[in-house]
Design a protein around this ligand. Structure first.
Ligand code: ADP
Ligand code: G3P
Length: 505
C-alpha cells in the first residue's frame, strides 16, 4: 500500500491539493486563488476553466513539493465549495458561461416563486431545504432559462450540470475522453432536487424546476472504492490514482473533525460559516431555521445526517474590508486594526450581502452598519466585522440547541478565520463556551482524504481516525453574562434593521 493519501479542496476563494500521511499529518500543500467575478450587485461568479487549471497545477505542485510521485498516493479525495453550479458541454468541456456561486442572489425571484406557488413545503419535506437562492436547483433553472441554447442542448445530452466536485472529477478522469460524470450524496443534498430518504434525484422536484434528469450526475456514496474512477492527469508520472472519496467541504470538515457520534458538532470559518451537528441515521427536521443535510455515507453503511446552520458571509466580510473598502491590506490585518480599540462601542455590522441565510432565510435583507457616531474609527468597523462572524454563529448555535436539545460544552472550530486569535476569543466570549481548534487546521482536505482512505483500506475505520485528532488551542470565555446578553440584544436589533430591504416579489 502506498504511504500517502491526497485531497483536492476546491473552495470558494482557492483550490488546493494536500497530501497526508497515515497519522493524518500534512505532508505537502499547494494552493492557488481564483478570480471572484462580481458583474452586478448580488451576482458572484467563477470561471470553471480557471478553477480546473489551477486545481490541476496545485495537484502537480504539491506532489512535486512532497518529493513523491503519484504512485505514492493510495487514493485521492475531492471536496468542494457546495451548490456552486457549472453547466458544460461534455463533448468538449466548454462551460456554458461562468459558474454561479452559492452566494449569488440572482435567483431570488425563482426562490420566492417556489414559495408563492406552494412548492415550499414539498421542497422542505423531501429535500430538507427551504427554497432559497443558495441551493443549486434555482441556479440550474436560471441557466436553462437565460443562457441561449442550453435547454435544447440539455435535452440532447449536450449540456450537463455539476457542482465543482463533479466538474473537477470529470476533468480529472479524462474530460471529453471518458470523464466520469458523478457526485456524492452530500453534494446532491444541496440541490433541492434529491430526496433525503431515497438518496436519488426526485422526479417531482425535477418537474417543479423543469430540469431534465439527463443533465444530472450519478449520485454515489461519499466513500466508494470504484464509482469515481481513476485520476488520469496526475503528472509527472501519469500514474492512475483511484479517486475514492467525494464530499462537500462542510461535510468533509465534519469528518476531518471526527464528528462521528450523534451530538458532535463543528463550526468552519471560511468565506462563510457552517456549523454541522451529527444527528446519526435520522434526518432531523429543524423548527428553528437550520437545514437537514447528508453528513456522509461511507460505502454500503447507512447515510449519516446532520443539522446545518449555514452563514453566507463571515470571512467574506473580512475580504470586503480588504478588497472593497481598502481598510486593510490583508486578512490578518483585521486583527491588528480591531485591537486598536477596546471594543466595538455600539457599532454593529450585519454583512447580509447575500440576504441572510440560517436561521433567518431572508433574501430581502441587505447589509448594514448601525450605531455609528462621529467618534467611531475603522478600528471599530474591524471589531464589528469580527463580532459579526461570532454573533452570526451564536444565532445558529442557539437554533441548533433549540432543535436538538444538545447543549455544546465546547465548540470545535477550523477554517481560515480561526487564525484570528481575537476573533476566536470573541467567539468564546459571545457564546459563553470554550472554543477549540485542532492541530491539523485543514480539516476539510483531511476529511476528504479520510473518506478516500477508508474506501481503499488505508485507514481501517473511524475509531482509528479519532486517534489523529489533537487540540492545538483553546479559548475560554471571559465576558460576564450581562455583557454577553447586552451585546447579543444589540445584534438582534441590528439584524432587524436589515430585513425587508429589497423587493423580491
Ligand atoms: N487572520 C485572519 N483574520 C480574519 N479572516 C481571515 C484571516 N485569515 C483568513 N481569513 C479569511 O478566511 C477566509 C479563507 O478561509 P478558507 O478556510 O481558506 O476559506 P474558503 O474555504 O471559503 O476558501 C477568507 O474569507 C479570509 O478573509
Ligand atoms: O468554500 P467554502 O469553505 O467557503 O465553503 C462554501 C460552502 O460549501 C458553501 O455551502
Amino acid at each position: 500500500m502506498p504511504d500517502f493519501v491526497g485531497a483536492v479542496d476546491q473552495g470558494t476563494t482557492s483550490s488546493r491539493f494536500m497530501i497526508f500521511d497515515h497519522d493524518g499529518n500534512e505532508v505537502a500543500k499547494h494552493q492557488l486563488e481564483h478570480t471572484q467575478y462580481l458583474p452586478r450587485p448580488g451576482w458572484v461568479e467563477h470561471d470553471p476553466v480557471e478553477i480546473w487549471e489551477r486545481t490541476n497545477v496545485a495537484i502537480q505542485n504539491a506532489i512535486r513539493s512532497a518529493g513523491i510521485s503519484a504512485a505514492d498516493l493510495a487514493a485521492i479525495g475531492i471536496t468542494n465549495q457546495r451548490e456552486t453550479t457549472v453547466v458544460w458541454d461534455p463533448r468538449n468541456g466548454q462551460p456554458y458561461g461562468n459558474a454561479i456561486v452559492w452566494q449569488d442572489t440572482r435567483t431570488d425571484r425563482i426562490a420566492s416563486a417556489l414559495e408563492r406557488d406552494g412548492h415550499g413545503d414539498l421542497i422542505r419535506r423531501r429535500a430538507g431545504l427551504p427554497p432559497a437562492t443558495y441551493f443549486s436547483g434555482g441556479k440550474i433553472k436560471w441557466i436553462l432559462e437565460n443562457v441561449d441554447g442550453v435547454r435544447e442542448a440539455a435535452e440532447q445530452g449536450n449540456a450537463v450540470f455539476g457542482t465543482t466536485d463533479s466538474w473537477v472529477l470529470w476533468n480529472l478522469t479524462g474530460g471529453p475522453n471518458g470523464g466520469i460524470h458523478a457526485t456524492d450524496v452530500t453534494n446532491a443534498s444541496r440541490t433541492m432536487l434529491m430526496d433525503l430518504e431515497t438518496l436519488d434525484w426526485d422526479d417531482e422536484l425535477l418537474e417543479i424546476f423543469g430540469i431534465p434528469r439527463a443533465m444530472l450526475p450519478t449520485i454515489h456514496p461519499s466513500s466508494d472504492p470504484e464509482a469515481f474512477g481513476r485520476s488520469r492527469t496526475t503528472r509527472p508520472t501519469r500514474t492512475e490514482v483511484p479517486i475514492t472519496g467525494v464530499l462537500g467541504d462542510q461535510q468533509a470538515a465534519t469528518v476531518g473533525q471526527v464528528c462521528f457520534a450523534v451530538g458532535e458538532a463543528k463550526n468552519t470559518y471560511g468565506t462563510g460559516n457552517f456549523l454541522l451537528l451529527n444527528t446519526g441515521e435520522e434526518a432531523v427536521r429543524s423548527e428553528h431555521g437550520l437545514i437537514t443535510t447528508v453528513a456522509y455515507k461511507f460505502g454500503d453503511a447507512p447515510a449519516i445526517y446532520a443539522l446545518e446552520g449555514s452563514i453566507a458571509v463571515t470571512g467574506a466580510a473580512v475580504q470586503w474590508l480588504r478588497d472593497q473598502m481598502h481598510a486593510i491590506t490583508d486578512a490578518a490585518e483585521s486583527e491588528r486594526l480591531a485591537r486598536t480599540v477596546e471594543g466595538s462601542e455600539g457599532v454593529y455590522f450585519v454583512p447580509a450581502f447575500s440576504g441572510l441565510f440560517a436561521p433567518y432565510w431572508r433574501s430581502d435583507a441587505r447589509g448594514a452598519i448601525v450605531g455609528l457616531a462621529r467618534y467611531h474609527t475603522n478600528g471599530h468597523l474591524a471589531r464589528a466585522t469580527l463580532e459579526s462572524i461570532c454573533y452570526q454563529s451564536k444565532d445558529v448555535v442557539e437554533a441548533m440547541e433549540q432543535d436538538s436539545g444538545v447543549h455544546l460544552d465546547v465548540l470545535k472550530v477550523d477554517g481560515g478565520v480561526t487564525a484570528n486569535d481575537l476573533c476566536m476569543q470573541t467567539q468564546a466570549d459571545i457564546l459563553g463556551v470554550p472554543v477549540s481548534r485542532p492541530v491539523v487546521a485543514e480539516t476539510t482536505a483531511l476529511g476528504a482524504a479520510y473518506a478516500a482512505g477508508l474506501a481503499v483500506g488505508f485507514w481501517a475505520d473511524t475509531d482509528e481516525l479519532r486517534e489523529h485528532w489533537h487540540e492545538s488551542r483553546r479559548w475560554e470565555p471571559q465576558w460576564s453574562d450581562e455583557q454577553r446578553d447586552h451585546g447579543f440584544a444589540g445584534w438582534k436589533k441590528a439584524v432587524e434593521r436589515t430585513l425587508n430591504w429589497v423587493e423580491v416579489d
